[in-house]
Design a protein around this ligand. Sequence first.
Ligand code: MLT
Length: 232
Amino acid sequence: CVSPALYSLHHNPESVVVVVDILRATSAICAAFMNGVKHIIPIGTIDEARACKEKGYMVAAERDGLVLDFADFGNSPFNFTPERVAGRDIVYSTTNGTQAIQMASGAHHVVVGAYFNISALARWIVAQKRDVVILCAGWKNRFSLEDTLYAGALAHQLIGSGAFETICDATNAALDLWQVAHHDLQNYVLKAAQKARLAKHGLDDVIDYCHTPDLSNIIPLLDGERLVPVEA
Ligand code: MLT
């Protein structure tokens, strides 16, 4: 379990990296696949995203929570409706989540985690028989409560499977955080700084939904420069 600031210390080309940005980038990616998107193309810079829009792509893009002026829509999972996304390729650029996906791209496999696909993801990871790094996108290199909680939830399932153990203290701390919070997850997560950031712009309507487990068996997997759906 690691933040982007420390990822280079944990990079291992043989490992699976799970990128996590529960509020909201990786929840939105999983929601898009649940609603039939064909591919998501994560993009780093605003200029690249604008160039994709000019080439005719549908573009979802935000910075600091706000939709970029050239984008078709922003970063709420509720934006990725079946009517909009089914059967389409979408270019996606966000403040932290898509940057973290790009950062992880040298790993053996890069997958996207959210509560929506947590149990399917745990099953898929166990089947890979590889070390796992959970990359918590956080906020501008800062620690994030909601992503670390998810890391604890996923680590709990992986260790519970009997196929994994950890000697990483960041993961031990995430496991303890999960134990403290999981009985009342939706309320606990209201402490998160990202809740306050989203609320400032009236964008915090997604918090309960983004903490809903097991709505999907689809694992978004980075294949070259795009995320493709894999069923687990
Ligand atoms: C991000 O990728 O930075 C976040 O998910 C942004 C957000 O949804 O507000």
